[in-house]
Write a protein that binds this ligand. Structure first.
Ligand SMILES: [Fe+2]
Length: 198
């Protein structure tokens, strides 16, 4: 873990690999995302043929405490499962009152967000754009460019933590589908309200 001041060079071509200046490299393959894509049959058919890497996260490790900032790169590879674009699992922060900033380096996509009050948002992302994810909003990256990685740099508070379980059990309220040559944000028919306490 780096503890003195440091700087990182993303490289002009953003040709990130598993090594480089990052402390950890998370790889999510299709098989890690069972239950996340709406078209279960398309998922199983694709998985039967291959198990592609859907996204990767390269992290700069710092202590996971208040006052620190955690940062790194998110890379969503292009592709679709049925009509649904490749995407990250998506998560809330365990400490809901923590925000996040995404800076878009490469590609074209959406940052799909929703909160527990039922609001949702889909911010289109292109290189040079920053998206601010307010506290209490779940967030997921969706790659709309079928031939190119979506690469974003993220920064969030050290004590935020990740709550993947809420999205794993409820899903997002919206799906992003490839329709008539473009993308469309539609209701997720499988979305169910989070289980209440007790
Ligand atoms: Fe986050």
């Amino acid at each position: 873990m780096k503890d003195h001041p440091f700087s990182l060079d993303l490289g002009s071509d953003l040709s990130v690999t598993g090594s480089g200046p990052y402390d950890s490299h998370l790889v999510r393959k299709l098989s890690d995302l069972r239950g996340y894509f709406a078209d279960r049959q398309a998922f199983e058919e694709l998985l039967h043929r291959e198990d592609p890497v859907i996204y990767e996260v390269l992290e700069i490790r710092r202590p996971e405490v208040s006052g620190e900032l955690l940062s790194g790169l998110s890379i969503v590879h292009p592709g679709r499962v049925g009509d649904e674009y490749n995407m990250t699992k998506g998560h809330f922060h365990s400490v809901r009152e923590t925000a996040e900033i995404y800076y878009v380096l490469k590609g074209h996509g959406l940052l799909l967000m929703e909160n527990e009050a039922g609001e949702w948002a889909a911010e289109e992302v292109v290189p040079g754009r920053i998206v601010y994810v307010p506290p209490c909003w779940a967030h997921r990256s969706v790659n709309l460019a079928l031939g190119e990685d979506l690469i974003t740099f993220f920064v969030y508070p050290g004590h935020a933590g990740h709550d993947y379980g809420s999205i794993a059990s409820s899903g997002f309220r919206k799906l992003v589908l490839h329709v008539d040559g473009g993308y469309k944000v539609v209701d997720n028919p499988a979305w169910k309200p989070p289980a209440g306490p007790g």
